[in-house]
Design a protein around this ligand. Structure first.
Ligand SMILES: NC(=O)C1=CN([C@@H]2O[C@H](COP(=O)(O)OP(=O)(O)OC[C@H]3O[C@@H](n4cnc5c(N)ncnc54)[C@H](OP(=O)(O)O)[C@@H]3O)[C@@H](O)[C@H]2O)C=CC1
Ligand SMILES: CCCCCCCCCCCCCCCC(=O)OCC(=O)COP(=O)(O)O
Length: 329
C-alpha cells in the first residue's frame, strides 16, 4: 500500500509540474512579456508626446527669477514653449531671457520669451499685469503659479502684517492672477492652471503657520477651481513638493518681517530644482490633477494626519517643544 500511495503522489507531482511547465511556456511568460512590452510602448509614446506637447504652447511662469521657477523657464523653453517670464526683478528677468536665447537648443523651434514684472503681493498690480501677459502672445495656454515666499516664526511673536504678506504672495496674488486670466481661457475653452504648493499645503508643521496656512488655502482654492472648470475643459494641477535646493529659506520672512537669510539644512539637502522642474513639466504634460513630489516620510506623514490625527498632532507638538528648546538654549 505505501508504494501505491507513493507512486500516486509522484504522479500527481509530475502532473502539477507539467501543468506549470505548460502554463509558463505557453501562456504566462508570453503574457508577461506582452504586458511589459505594451507598458514600455505606452511609456515611450507618452514620453514622445510630452516632448512635443509644449511646442508653441504659451506658458506663463511666475517667480521665474530664482529656484524652481527659473529651472521651469529653462525646461519649458527647451521644450519649445512660448514663455512669459514674471518676477519682481526686471534685471534678473532680462538676464534670464539673454541666457535662454543664447542657449543652444536643438531639435525644437524656440521662441524669445516676453517679460512682465510685477509684485504679486500688490493687489492693484495684478489686473494690469494680466492684461500685459495676454498681450504678449494673444492668449495663455498654461499659467504656472510658482512664485512664493516662506516664513519662520512663532505664532505669538508674528505680527499680523507678516501673515498678510505671506498670504498676499502665496494665496491672494496667485488667486487674483488666475481670476484675471480665466475669462480668456473660458472663452477659448482651453487652458491649464498650475499651482506650486508644498507638502505644507497638506500638513502643517510648527513655526511655519503663515506659510502652511497660505499653501493649505491654495490647495483648497485650486481643488475647487478644478471642479468648476471641468465644464470648460480647463485643467488644474496642484503640485506639492518636499524640500528643494533653492533660495526659499534665505528669502523667508521672520516674525517681525525681516529676511531670515539662512540656508536651512533641510533646504540645502533638498532635491535639485532642475529635477523638480522636469517633474513639473511631466505632470503638466500628463494633465495630472494632484501631484506629491516628496520622499517616503512626508508622504507617510500626510497619511498619518488623515488616518491617525492624534498621533500626528503629538509628533508635531514634540517637534515644536524640541525646536523651541534648541532655540532658547
Ligand atoms: N524650496 C523648497 O523647499 C520648496 C519650495 N516650494 C515652492 O516653490 C515655489 C518656488 O520657490 P523656490 O524656487 O523654492 O524659492 P525662491 O525663493 O528661490 O524663488 C521664489 C520666487 O518667487 C518670487 N517671488 C517672491 N515673492 C514675490 C512677490 N511678492 N511677487 C512676485 N514674485 C515673488 C521670487 O522673486 P524675487 O526674485 O523677486 O524675490 C522668486 O522668483 C514657491 O511657491 C515655494 O513655496 C514648495 C515646496 C518646497
Ligand atoms: C511611520 C509613519 C511616519 C510618519 C512621519 C511622522 C512625521 C514626520 C514629519 C515630517 C514632516 C515633513 C515636513 C516636510 C516639509 C516640506 O517638505 O516642506 C516643503 C517646503 O515647502 C519647505 O519650505 P520651508 O520654508 O519650510 O523650508
Amino acid at each position: 500500500m505505501p508504494t501505491l500511495e507513493c507512486s500516486q503522489h509522484r504522479r500527481k507531482g509530475l502532473l502539477k509540474m507539467r501543468v506549470m511547465d505548460f502554463a509558463t511556456s505557453t501562456a504566462i511568460l508570453p503574457l508577461l512579456f506582452g504586458c511589459v512590452g505594451i507598458f514600455s510602448l505606452f511609456k515611450l509614446l507618452q514620453h514622445m508626446r510630452i516632448k512635443t506637447y509644449f511646442q508653441n504652447v504659451v506658458v506663463v511662469i511666475t517667480g521665474s527669477t530664482s529656484g524652481l521657477g527659473l529651472e521651469c523657464a529653462k525646461i519649458f523653453y527647451a521644450a519649445g514653449a512660448k514663455l512669459v517670464l514674471c518676477g519682481r526683478d526686471r534685471e534678473a528677468l532680462e538676464d534670464l531671457t539673454k541666457e535662454l536665447t543664447a542657449s543652444q537648443v536643438t531639435k525644437v523651434q524656440t521662441h524669445k520669451p516676453f517679460m512682465v514684472s510685477f509684485n504679486l503681493a500688490d493687489p492693484k498690480a495684478i489686473v494690469g499685469a494680466a492684461e500685459e501677459i495676454l498681450q504678449c502672445f494673444g492668449h495663455v495656454d498654461v499659467l504656472i503659479n510658482n512664485a512664493g515666499i516662506s516664513y519662520r516664526g512663532t505664532i505669538t511673536d508674528t505680527t499680523i502684517d507678516v501673515d498678510k504678506t505671506v498670504m498676499e504672495t502665496n494665496y491672494f496674488g496667485p488667486v487674483a492672477l488666475t481670476k484675471a486670466l480665466l475669462p480668456s481661457m473660458i472663452k477659448r475653452r482651453k487652458g491649464h492652471i498650475v499651482a506650486i504648493s508644498s507638502i505644507q499645503g497638506k500638513i502643517s508643521i510648527p513655526f511655519r503657520s503663515a506659510y502652511s496656512a497660505s499653501k493649505h488655502a491654495a490647495q483648497a482654492f485650486f481643488d475647487c477651481l478644478r471642479a468648476e472648470m471641468k465644464q470648460y475643459e480647463i485643467e488644474v494641477t496642484v503640485i506639492s513638493p518636499g524640500y528643494i535646493r533653492t533660495n526659499l529659506s534665505l528669502n523667508a520672512v521672520t516674525a517681525d518681517g525681516s529676511r531670515y537669510g539662512v540656508m536651512d539644512k533641510t533646504t540645502a539637502q533638498g532635491r535639485s530644482a532642475e529635477e523638480v522642474a522636469q517633474d513639473v513639466l511631466t505632470a503638466v504634460g500628463k494633465k495630472q490633477k494632484d501631484v506629491i513630489l516628496a520622499d517616503l516620510v512626508p508622504c507617510l506623514a500626510i497619511y498619518l494626519r488623515t488616518l491617525a490625527p492624534g498621533i500626528f498632532f503629538s509628533l508635531m507638538a514634540s517637534r515644536a517643544r524640541k525646536e523651541q528648546k534648541s532655540k532658547d538654549s
